[in-house]
Design a protein around this ligand. Sequence first.
Ligand SMILES: Cc1cc2nc3c(=O)[nH]c(=O)nc-3n(C[C@H](O)[C@H](O)[C@H](O)COP(=O)(O)O)c2cc1C
Length: 199
Amino acid sequence: MNRADAAAGGARAVDGPLRLEVIIASIRPQRLAPVVADWFVRTARARPEFETGIIDLLHTPLPTDLSDAPETERFRQRLADADAFVAVTSEYNHGYPASLKTALDSAKHEWRAKPIGFVSYGGLSGGLRAVEQLRQVVAEIHMVSVRESVSFHRARKQFDADGNTGDGAAIDAADRMLSQLAWWGNALAAARVSEPYPG
Ligand SMILES: Cc1cc2nc3c(=O)[nH]c(=O)nc-3n(C[C@H](O)[C@H](O)[C@H](O)COP(=O)(O)O)c2cc1C
């Protein structure tokens, strides 16, 4: 039984890949973000549990005043159709990019009762301070942040010309994070079908 059948029948069983959306936070010119995101998306697409899409905020111009726009509607629909998320985020002045905050604030119910993982990068901290802030924010919008996260310290040095990394800790963390996302994604998809989330 697939999720559509389960939704129609109110059953708990969930089959088929989870819809994973990878959100690219940085919108800077000459950003490193696509290198990190491409590596992660290749890693996710090698996993059978997921059908993986990309939401690049550079190409998703959401109004910063949070007013409704056609782009916001399309963005919300992508989120509504998703079962799990990964934010690929840089760190700016110990925080995460404003573009990502706008994205998080531009939807509401579409995020709820869904898991999110983080791939961060930066200088010495590897973006870990940005991730700790994000954990607080996603809790407020009723998401579950998975424990494992991927971080790249001195990120520009961690990828070769083909976009591959030799950072064994990051490779291992990505694998664990995807397993945790799959577990939560399946559990929460079944739970959302079984009973409306009391948000
Ligand atoms: C405005 C600004 C502030 C930054 N602050 C930090 C920081 O607090 N910690 C850190 O590790 N790196 C910091 N960096 C370095 C960035 O994490 C690094 O340049 C990274 O490549 C940015 O991602 P992007 O190129 O995809 O935008 C900062 C960079 C910028 C432009």
